[in-house]
Design a protein around this ligand. Structure first.
Ligand SMILES: C[S@@+](CC[C@H](N)C(=O)[O-])C[C@H]1O[C@@H](n2cnc3c(N)ncnc32)[C@H](O)[C@@H]1O
Length: 102
């Protein structure tokens, strides 16, 4: 197994194959304006442990850091807006837990 597959059983039963970071980044680049807009909404309907949501959140938080680092109030406010506009749906509980922790 590699780090994109946890087990053959999970692939067969749930189609669980994780996207590698290079592909996640390339796909996010296709909608780069949206990934860098702090309040853009994303819904990942089969989010796994959050590979896409985490990449998008990192991009948004980079923008928040650059734009609002001089005001703790704005920094916190826009950080919350960044994470509060990301939504994920996932079937397997261990993935849900891992995604939330990340
Ligand atoms: C191909 S993986 C993709 C995971 C993640 N999006 C990524 O690219 O790394 C598909 C995910 O969908 C989940 N899944 C399968 N059936 C589902 C369902 N009915 N509702 C929600 N999630 C489901 C699986 O558990 C698995 O984590």
């Amino acid at each position: 197994m590699n780090n994109q597959v946890k087990s053959k059983k999970r692939v067969a039963e749930h189609g669980e194959v994780f996207t590698n970071p290079r592909e996640v980044s390339a796909m996010c680049d296709m909608v780069i304006q949206e990934t860098e807009r702090v309040d853009s909404r994303f819904l990942e309907p089969a989010c796994g442990d959050g590979n896409f949501l985490i990449e998008i959140l990192k991009r948004k938080l980079n923008i928040v850091r650059k734009k609002y680092q001089k005001s703790i109030y704005d920094y916190e406010r826009f950080s919350l807006l960044a994470i509060g506009s990301l939504y994920g749906v996932e079937l397997l509980e261990d993935n849900v837990i891992a995604c939330r922790e990340r």
